[in-house]
Structures are given as structure tokens and as C-alpha cells.
Design a protein around this ligand. Structure first.
Ligand code: SDX
Length: 435
């Protein structure tokens, strides 16, 4: 959608003797913007903004975050209400379609997803060449990329029916793929979805059911997993979503764009943090180090130790998702009959951090990754599966943002500029004349 130029006054930029006017754009919520598109043409200057701390690559109607107030809304609905009242597939429809679905449309969507959850035998074969012990994010990214090879009828980004089919196939097959990655690492065969079971029940059973046994879990297990997926569903222009948009801006198909998002998410500064948090808590437990002592190491920059699960580019207050997960953690572990000393350590670490000037001055609070791993672990997932679970949750957001970009008439192929600080022109030196 073309960005509507708001009624904000233009801004003037003084460049040497010249003053140029830059239009502004009004946000419906949050930061308004300066349209810098004419900057280079008018002044020969480009804007340097490492890490894009101040730069918006797009307008979007999908998710709103207020980092100071700790607000997160999907299509205007507060995350707290969606986490309490909605389901993951309903939130997926909300993010992708823009509105909460009617009961009829939701049921039709769930039925369509249910129909496509299986993996064909050919598709299952591709896993046989992937090392069982490969990190699950490497296998997940490869498998999603390969969907472009198995479903050629759903590739054209400019064909709405192809995009709709790719949307359903990704949402339907991702849980089966993730369950199979986990089972292969355990040496178990792929299980198939059972029509009539819910999305979450199928995912849990395909993941955990042992050969010859039934898988049963309390309702609290399914509710917690559904809620965790809702909490991860979108987060405006984070690193992995920006990667999906960038790849899609070249009109790459949805599968290969999402596969790029999986790659970005795997980084420990991003989605990989939930796995790093657990490793950090286990380190504190196994070395019996006082949390206060551990935090001294974190504050000592030469240690290169970061408090994983803390800090955020946008939230300079408590991440609302972390608050929900923290609140649920005790209840979920109790319902699962799990006592985990890592949860006690996490609480202690948080208490120390929130009363320490180093963290207060830098406005470092728990983010979505700080407590989630403890619940996943109580469910039976190993730490290596935490980031694939984040990817499953984020999938509807990646899809919604990619579709918004592909449909946006103002969208162009992403091609940032740079500030060149290398050598000026110089002559080639033949090999025998070099030192
Ligand atoms: C996610 O963008 C999103 O929306 C992401 C996400 C999503 O849903 O998509 O929310 C998911 O990725 C959450 C973040 C998960 N990552 C971690 O938990 C890793 C630990 N956190 C940090 O690495 C860091 O906080 C980031 C990467 C999350 C944010 O980094 P920024 O915004 O680039 O901040 P910075 O590195 O410039 O830090 C500012 C200051 C620095 O100190 P000074 O140089 O000013 O002295 O804060 C310090 C940093 O050293 N700092 C930390 C810290 N995070 C920042 N110090 C110790 N521990 C930390 N975790």
C-alpha cells in the first residue's frame, strides 16, 4: 500500500549553502517518518544507519510495538488478549488476512491445513542425506528450501492462488518437518498426522509418540504450546523478517524467502538466544556460581559474556511476551508435574539484573527468549529444538510480511547503498614486482 503522506510538516535539511525539503509520513501509531528517497538525488549524500536503528524499509499494517511502553499488537489486537483467548491458527489468519476470521472461515482454514500436514515419501527421502546430528535449524532451512522443488505449482509470487497454496503448505508441513527432524535425531521413524486431531495435538504426537506407545499430554501442555506459538507469531521488522522481505523483494518464491528467515533466526543474537539462555542457566547451575558473581562477569566487557535472553533493540522495558511466559511458567511446570531448578535460577538472575545499575542504565530487561526454553524443556524438547519452535511460531508473521511486501505497489527490490572507505584507484602490480 502506498505510504500516505500525513499532514506532518516537511523537514528541511541544510546541506552546505543549500536547504532541501524532505516530505514526512504520518504513522497511525508510533514513530512518524521522514521520506529520504530524494536525498541522494538532491544532495549526493546517502544516509548511514548501521543496523537500521533509525531506518524504516517499509510501511506496514501488521504489527505494532511500543518499546518504551512494552506494547505488542497484531493487527491492533493486544498480545495479552490473543495469548489468552485465541489459537495459533486463528492468529495466523489474523496476521495474514488482516482480520479475525469467522467461525466458518477458521474451520475451512483448519481443514485445509489438516489435509496437507503429511510429508510425501519422496519428501521424506531428502532427510536421509542430512546428518541426524546436524543442528535442527540447518535441516529445517534446507527442507523448507526444498519445498520449492516439490510444489512448483505454488511458486509464482505474483499469482495469488499460488501464494495462497504456498501459505497453506508451509503452515501445514512445518510442524511435521520439525517433528521429523526431532525424531530422526532420536533414531525414530516419521509419524503421520491424524485427521481430526488439532494442529497442536498432531504436532505434539508426531514429535513425542514412541513406537508402539500412545502419546498423551494434559490440556495445559497443548494450551502452553499454542500460546508460545502465538507469542512468537510476528514482531514487525526484526532481523529474520527483514531477511524474508529482502529476499522476497527480488521476487524469490515464498519457500526460499522463508528459508532465509530460518537462517537469520538461527543466530544467537536473534532466535538462537532461547537455546543460549538454557545453556547459560545450566552453566550457572553446573559450576555452582552465584548468579551475582555470574553477573559481574557479564558486566566485565572483557569476558565477552552476554546475559542471554536479556536486552532488545526495541523493548527498553519488559518484553510483554516475556511477562506472559514468566507468568505461565510456574503453572505449566506444575501442571506437567515438573520441578526445574533452572526456573529458580532464572528468577534469581532476573532479580539481580533488575536491581543492578549496569542493566538499569542500559534498559536491559528479559526478552521473549529468557523463560521460553524452560517451558519447552519441561515439555520434553531438547535445547537444540527451541529455535525451530521459534521458527514455527514466527512462520505466519514471515508469510504475512512477505505477502504485504509482494502486494505493495511501492515495493522495490532491496538494494542498500554504502559509504565506501576503501582504496582510491590504483594500478595492478605484477606478481614478480610484489614484496
Ligand atoms: C529476539 O528484533 C526483534 O524483534 C527480535 C525478537 C523477535 O521477536 O523477532 O524479539 C527476538 O531476537 C530477542 C533478542 C534475543 N537475543 C538475546 O537475548 C541475546 C542477548 N541480547 C543482546 O545481544 C542484545 O540485547 C540484542 C542483540 C538483543 C540487542 O542488541 P542492540 O540493540 O544492538 O544493543 P547493543 O548490542 O548496542 O547493546 C547496547 C548496550 C551495550 O553496552 P554499551 O556498549 O552501551 O556499554 O547494552 C549492552 C551492550 O553491551 N547489552 C548487553 C546485552 N544486550 C545489550 N549487555 C549484557 N547482556 C546483554 N544481553
Amino acid at each position: 500500500m502506498a505510504a500516505s503522506k500525513g499532514t506532518l510538516p516537511a523537514v528541511s535539511l541544510q546541506v552546505g549553502e543549500r536547504s532541501i525539503e524532505l516530505a514526512t509520513i504520518r504513522a497511525s501509531q508510533g514513530n512518524h517518518g521522514i521520506v529520504v528517497a530524494p536525498l541522494m538525488k538532491e544532495t549526493g549524500l546517502v544516509a548511514l544507519d548501521t543496523g537500521y536503528l533509525n531506518t524504516a524499509p517499509c510501511t506496514s499494517e501488521i504489527t505494532f510495538i511500543d518499546g518504551d511502553a512494552g506494547i505488542l499488537r497484531y493487527r491492533g489486537y493486544p498480545i495479552e488478549q490473543l495469548a489468552e483467548k485465541s489459537t495459533f491458527l486463528e492468529v495466523a489468519m489474523l496476521l495474514i488476512k488482516g482480520e479475525l476470521p469467522s467461525a466458518h472461515d477458521l474451520e475451512a482454514f483448519e481443514t485445509r491445513i489438516d489435509k496437507h500436514m503429511y510429508l510425501s515419501d519422496d519428501f521424506r527421502q531428502i532427510f536421509s542425506v542430512m546428518p541426524r546430528r546436524a543442528h535442527p535449524m540447518a535441516t529445517l532451512g534446507a527442507a523448507i528450501n526444498m519445498m520449492a522443488g516439490f510444489y512448483p505449482e505454488s511458486l509464482d509470487p505474483l499469482d495469488p492462488s499460488a501464494v495462497s497454496l504456498a501459505t497453506v503448505l508451509l503452515l501445514a508441513k512445518m510442524p511435521t518437518i520439525i517433528s521429523y527432524i526431532y525424531r530422526r535425531a532420536q533414531g525414530n521413524a516419521l509419524l503421520y498426522p491424524k485427521h481430526g486431531q488439532s494442529y497442536i495435538e498432531n504436532f505434539a504426537r508426531m514429535t513425542f509418540q514412541l513406537p508402539g506407545e500412545r502419546f498423551e499430554a494434559p490440556e495445559a501442555f497443548y494450551r502452553a504450546l499454542d500460546t508460545l506459538l502465538i507469542l512468537h507469531a510476528d514482531h514487525e521488522q526484526n532481523c529474520s523478517t527483514s531477511s524474508v522481505r529482502m529476499i522476497g523483494s527480488a521476487q524469490a518464491n515464498l519457500y526460499m524467502s522463508v528459508s532465509g528467515g530460518v537462517s537469520a533466526l538461527s543466530g544467537p543474537l536473534h532466535g538462537g538466544a532461547n537455546e543460549s539462555v538454557l545453556n547459560m542457566l545450566q552453566y550457572i547451575r553446573d559450576t555452582d556460581i552465584e548468579p551475582k558473581k555470574f553477573m559481574e562477569k557479564v558486566k566485565d566487557r572483557s569476558s565477552n559474556i552476554r546475559l542471554m535472553g536479556f536486552g532488545h533493540r526495541v523493548y527498553k522495558s519488559y518484553d510483554p511476551r516475556a511477562a506472559i511466559v514468566k507468568e505461565q511458567a510456574d503453572a505449566v511446570l506444575a501442571a506437567l508435574g515438573v520441578k526445574d531448578e533452572l526456573l529458580d535460577i532464572a528468577h534469581e538472575v532476573e532479580q539481580v539484573a533488575l536491581s543492578d545499575d549496569y542493566f538499569i542504565e542500559r534498559r536491559l530487561y528479559p526478552n521473549v527468549d529468557f523463560y521460553t526454553g524452560i517451558i519447552y524443556r519441561a515439555m520434553g524438547f531438547p535445547a537444540s529444538m527451541f529455535t525451530p519452535l521459534f521458527a514455527l511460531g514466527r512462520l505466519p508473521g514471515w508469510i504475512a510480511q512477505w505477502r504485504e511486501m509482494i502486494r505493495d505497489p511501492a515495493a522495490k527490490i532491496g538494494r542498500p547503498r554504502q559509504i565506501y572507505v576503501g582504496h582510491p584507484e590504483r594500478e595492478y602490480v605484477p606478481l614478480d614486482q610484489r614484496p
